[in-house]
Design a protein around this ligand. Structure first.
Ligand SMILES: *Cc1c(COP(=O)(O)O)cnc(C)c1O
Length: 367
């Protein structure tokens, strides 16, 4: 059986160090907002090159907090518009609607699955305040044109970096390209905690201060509350685990890239569309291919012992949670085609080339 994601064995590799980290936290008697958080924030700051890092409870909160902080700073207000790719994971859009902001869905590029930068300008209105880009599946989306659009229309560029930690654009890491970025350390992400956690990175120290306060009930001084905030903190246990695992992230990413290259070099079935990607610009959180007979292909692979997943089966604008909103009336043919045709092949830091070889052989024999 080729598993899609074997979290037990992925973490077993670091078992001794993780157990030592857990013991350290238990023995310290300090479980929130302590040394482990500061240490992990410093490590993530060094890794991404971002000046400020705020560890939070999860990736959705990271994105919610960025938008909420911009509202507190007067940059955005209720009903303002945020441009976002239509084929993202639902959390990106939930962060926008949860803040009473309006998501403006823009179609992706069919080759990269990332927002089509050429379609952004026509989506801008006087109420547009930000572009929330998503480095989907682990592939960076950035260009000089994107930056100049943001500058020309005075828009914030916010990165949903939940899937792309470690990816680069011209030597700059994702999370340090835009004005602010949200990270997720959900267990299945490239840097996965043993539970939920997330982070915000930004160069903007004022924004960072507001986010740190908002994540702590709106307080930066004990029992003094400047905002009606949230409780969204990373616990010390997760920070300690992440500090162990972040040191191995580059090596794990290298392994992901080798697997992806093997798939790209060896899958030669003409009904499969492979991803196209710049070398350092993709960390292959997911290895997504397209096939017009996707469901049949998935059934065949399952029957032959290969687990696959669909990222994602239903587009956000087609979800029940938005059935009463304007989103449900949109027609987005490229997004819908992607949701109908994509299938994600196994990729992970512990998948072996023998296993990948088996998947390739099966796919090449699929008629
Ligand atoms: C995982 C993910 C999130 C949400 O992160 P959580 O930690 O699960 O809340 C947001 N956006 C994208 C693109 C994701 O993949």
């Amino acid at each position: 059986m080729v598993k899609f994601l074997d979290l037990q064995n992925i973490n077993a590799k670091y078992g001794a160090a993780l157990k030592e980290a857990a013991s350290r936290v238990i023995d310290s008697g300090w479980f929130l907002q302590g040394e482990e958080n500061r240490n992990f924030e410093a490590k993530l700051s060094k890794f991404t090159g971002s000046k400020s890092v705020i560890s939070v409870a999860n990736g959705l909160d990271a994105l919610r907090l960025i938008l909420r902080a911009y509202k507190e700073l007067g940059v955005m207000s209720d009903g303002d518009e945020i441009i976002v790719p239509a084929n993202t994971y639902i959390a990106t859009i939930l962060a926008i609607t949860d803040n009473n902001l309006k998501p403006i869905l823009v179609e992706p590029d069919i080759n990269t699955y990332n927002i089509d930068i050429n379609k952004i300008v026509s989506a801008i209105t006087p109420r547009t305040k930000a572009i929330m880009i998503v480095h989907l599946y682990g592939q960076v989306v950035w260009s000089d044109e994107l930056e100049s659009i943001a500058k020309r229309y005075s828009l914030k560029l916010i990165e949903d970096n939940a899937q792309a930690i470690g990816a680069e654009w011209c030597g700059t890491k994702t999370g340090n390209l835009g004005d602010a970025a949200g990270f997720s350390f959900y267990p299945g992400k490239n840097l996965g905690a043993l539970g939920d956690s997330g982070a915000v990175t930004t160069k903007d120290e004022e924004l960072a201060g507001v986010i740190r306060s908002l994540a702590n009930y709106g307080s930066s001084e004990k029992y003094v509350f400047d905002y009606c905030g949230y409780n969204s903190r990373m616990d010390e246990m997760q920070a300690a685990f992440l500090s162990v695992k972040i040191d191995f992230l580059e090596a794990e990413t290298e392994h992901r890239r080798n697997i992806a290259q093997y798939y790209i070099d060896n899958i030669n079935n003409p009904i499969i569309t492979l991803p196209t990607a710049p070398s350092k610009g993709h960390v292959y959180h997911l290895f997504v291919v397209r096939c017009s007979r996707r469901d049949e292909l998935q059934g065949y692979l399952t029957a032959n012992g290969v687990q696959t997943l669909i990222h994602y089966p239903i587009a956000p604008h087609k979800q029940r949670c938005y059935r009463d909103s304007e989103l449900s009336k949109l027609e987005l043919p490229i997004t819908e085609q992607i949701h109908n045709e994509v299938i994600t092949l196994p990729i992970s830091p512990i998948l072996t080339l023998e296993e990948v070889g088996k998947v390739v052989e099966l796919i090449n024999n699929f008629k």
